[in-house]
Design a protein around this ligand. Structure first.
Ligand code: UDX
Length: 447
């Protein structure tokens, strides 16, 4: 099939590349000339495991093309994906100006009798499909007829950064929101190679599909937040959250995944989507109380370890030096959007401390944001020189079984604040550390 993907950000590039991989011809369109030049030159503009190989292969095969010209990009496309940014506006609602701007422009370009399926891939509030239809109609001066010349489909993505290619190629489910039988059949054919394993394609109306995406993300954010609160209870009551997690996660109705407490959820999706769903609720006069609590608890969770650190250093961090392992909002990505590490760094600096950080992928992004206000190290161990304590903010695999002899030799005192529960508390006890982690007993040296 011939496909256009408008917007070559994270979602657009993964979507375009993966559709090319199953034999479709995909043209990716973006207004950013530098980005398109890079992509044309063979450079993958985001870090995502497995993407580069697929990208190279499909570019070489001539199935993956790039352009800055919308008209050229969509010329013979049967399906047009909108993978455009929907950043939160000042009031938390999703800003639809990119999506609707492109919809209007499509209306000016698309021709009568040349049926195309327009697909919302971006995460957008319920009712956006109708707005996209209205935008296309306006652009065409009502010459185009929905259902005849085009259909608009909501097809949310459920990609996790770091495993996005795998998630795309083997989705748990594909949600296709449209009442049009013609559009359902086009979309069903497109996704057939991805659901050979038997995972479902779930057809529904546009609004239900739009809400499914928000509901999924908000539910997962709530699940994590619930465990973060259970972790606090564990600390207060002397229980161990690892045990509680295993105990409750074995119940299939609850499930083992997304029960890991930590220093809060971050990234480009959860914070934005929870906020947008709360805003949507407010707009229809529904008080979605649980979401408000989730946002409030998560906000506090991001800097939860700061008072613990301050307590440990008798409320004076002036001149104290901290090593930080991990900056990305989670492992296997260079994404630092809403990364808890940034909130922690801000608090440490404000309290007069200094920081040396290491992250396998995210350091260039943090450097661009924070400049010289912190130092960056070449390796995880290099951060430790003269540090009063080590803080762990992202659970990269390479941090999981470190050389504790090296750590002990470099740190001024054997002190670790672990926001990701990487180490065994018994081991830390044996090695003589002060070890604070989330929802577990704090290990005191020599006890
Ligand atoms: C998420 C959704 O998983 C994906 O379906 C959607 O399309 C986009 O948003 P992503 O933002 O890539 O994907 O990250 P994810 O792996 O879901 O993690 C989100 C946040 O939750 C991270 O900050 C992570 O550290 C945190 N998290 C996750 C926990 O704190 N505990 C857990 O048990 C799981």
């Amino acid at each position: 099939m011939k496909i256009a993907v408008i917007g070559t950000g994270y979602v657009g590039l993964v979507t375009g590349t993966c559709f090319a991989e199953t034999g479709n011809r995909v043209t990716c369109v973006d207004i950013d000339e530098r980005k398109i030049a890079k992509l044309k030159g063979g450079t993958v503009t985001i870090y995502e495991p497995g993407l580069e190989k697929l990208f190279e292969r499909n570019v070489k095969e001539g199935r993956l093309l790039f352009t800055t010209q919308l008209e050229e990009g969509i010329a013979d496309a049967e399906i047009i994906f909108l993978a455009l940014p929907t950043p939160p506006g000042e009031d938390g609602s999703a800003d639809l100006s990119y999506v609707l701007g492109v919809a209007h422009k499509l209306g000016t370009i698309m021709k009568k009798g040349d049926y195309k399926v327009i697909v919302d891939k971006s995460t957008v509030p319920v009712g956006t499909a109708d707005k996209v239809i209205a935008g296309i109609l306006k652009g065409s001066n009502n010459a185009l007829v929905p259902g005849e010349d085009f259909d608009v489909v909501s097809n949310p993505e459920f990609l996790r950064e770091g495993v996005a290619v795998e998630d795309f190629m083997k989705p748990d489910r594909v949600v296709i929101g449209t009442d049009s039988a013609k559009a359902r059949s086009v979309m069903g054919e497109l996704y057939a190679p991805f659901v050979r394993s038997g995972n479902p394609v779930i057809y529904m109306d546009e609004k239900s599909a739009e809400l499914t995406k928000y509901a999924a993300n908000a539910f997962l954010a709530t699940k994590i937040t619930f465990m973060n609160e259970i972790a606090r209870m564990c600390e207060l009551l002397g229980a161990d959250v690892d045990m509680v997690r295993k105990g409750v996660g074995s119940d299939e109705r609850i499930g083992k995944r997304f029960l890991f407490p930590g220093i809060g959820y971050g990234g480009s999706c959860f914070p934005k989507d929870v906020q947008a769903l709360a805003k949507s609720a407010a707009e229809v006069n529904y008080d979605f109380r649980i979401l408000k609590s989730v946002m409030e608890v998560n906000e506090a969770q991001k800097t939860y370890i700061i008072p613990k650190i301050k307590d440990y250093f008798n409320n004076d961090l002036t001149g104290k030096h901290f090593a930080i392992w991990g900056l990305a909002f989670k492992p296997n990505t260079d994404d630092i959007r809403e990364a808890p590490a940034l909130y922690i760094i801000k608090e440490l600096l404000a309290a007069g401390a200094t920081v040396t950080a290491f992250d396998p992928e995210a350091m260039p992004n943090v450097k661009a944001l924070l400049g010289d206000s912190i130092k960056f190290a070449e390796s995880q161990y290099e951060t430790l020189a003269d540090a009063d304590a080590l803080i762990i903010a992202t659970e990269w695999n390479e941090f999981r079984t470190p050389d504790f002899t090296k750590i002990s030799a470099s740190l001024k005192r054997r002190t670790i604040f672990d926001g990701r529960n990487l180490f065994d508390t018994d081991l830390m006890n044996k090695l003589g550390y002060y070890y604070f982690s989330i929802g577990r007993k704090t290990v005191q040296p020599n006890n």
